[in-house]
Design a protein around this ligand. Structure first.
Ligand SMILES: [Zn+2]
Ligand SMILES: [Zn+2]
Length: 286
């Protein structure tokens, strides 16, 4: 019988992605340096950048719109969200969506790209550091996101996902100097990476489970706070196509509030919503 390799074994065999590792180490050093160059102006601009890049780009865009199609917006806005998503340094839309769809398909089972069952460190950042570098492999990733691959803009954005960040970084450096660059580009990116990575690691380890589904997903309030509602991850795994992740009134879901506002103004349509009273837990247990 042929013994198949686990995701981790295959990645370790393929080796460390030295370029990614060097970029991440330098970014972390710059993020720590930013802490010694504090100013209120840098903090406020970084928070605004964080909302645009991680809030609009990742939570509203890559995750709830591009991956799960939990609501619809005009194409220009969809493209804008994707452009914001690249500014997080989490790769282009086709790469991100492909990895995340695989995660839902195989959650905490063999083949899940980032399950804590393979180790907490692995699920947080190990899966990015070791193995095939697919963030520029648009052709392979397109198989998992054929709907996005139909758009030339997404194909281009996936292959050249670093370009918008280089342009923004140059503008910030020119207009705001090195201190603002350290805050709005380096610290902001590092914080966003850890907030997103924590959704893969911490919300599959810590917190309550409302729905008794097959994976290890949990609702983790402190991750929800820093990730615009993405921490209600057990709700999300139970109802992947729901645009609303925080299902109870006390589960703050910033992205849902914005989707509701967009729907109010007629910009978001076909909004899918799950209810907290869903009986999926009983169905799954039966
Ligand atoms: Zn998950
Ligand atoms: Zn998801």
């Amino acid at each position: 019988m042929v013994k198949t390799e686990t995701v981790v074994q295959a990645a370790k065999r393929q080796g460390l992605n030295k370029f990614t590792a060097v970029v991440l180490v330098l970014l972390h050093i710059a993020a720590i340096a930013a802490l010694f160059r504090f100013s209120w102006k840098s903090l406020i601009i970084s928070v605004i950048f964080y909302y645009i890049c991680t809030g609009l780009g990742i939570s509203l865009g890559y995750h709830r719109l591009h991956t799960h199609r939990s609501y619809k917006v005009p194409l220009w806005l969809e493209y804008f969200f994707a452009l914001c998503g690249t500014l997080t340094l989490e790769g282009g839309p086709i790469f991100w969506v492909a990895v995340h769809r695989l995660h839902h398909q195989l959650s905490d089972q063999p083949g899940d790209p980032h399950s804590p069952r393979d180790g907490a460190f692995w699920s947080h950042v190990g899966w990015i550091l070791w193995g095939e570098t697919n963030h520029n492999n648009t052709r392979v990733m397109s198989k998992y996101a054929p709907d996005l691959a139909k758009h030339k803009f997404y194909v281009w954005l996936t292959s050249y996902h670093w370009v918008p960040n280089v342009i923004l970084g140059a503008i910030v450096l020119a207009l705001g100097g090195i201190d603002l660059f350290l805050w709005a580009m380096c610290l902001r990116i590092v914080f966003g990476l850890h907030a997103t990575w924590a959704v893969n690691s911490a919300t599959h380890m810590f917190g309550r489970r409302r729905f008794n589904i097959r994976d290890d997903s949990r609702n983790t309030w402190w991750i929800a706070l820093i990730s615009f509602g993405e921490g209600w991850h057990n709700n999300h795994h139970a109802h992947p196509t729901s645009a609303r992740h925080g299902l109870a009134w006390y589960e703050l879901d910033q992205s849902w509030l914005l989707i509701k506002a967009l729907a109010f103004f007629g910009i978001a349509r076909n909004v899918k919503v799950a209810s907290v009273n869903s009986r999926i837990a009983e169905r799954e247990a039966a």
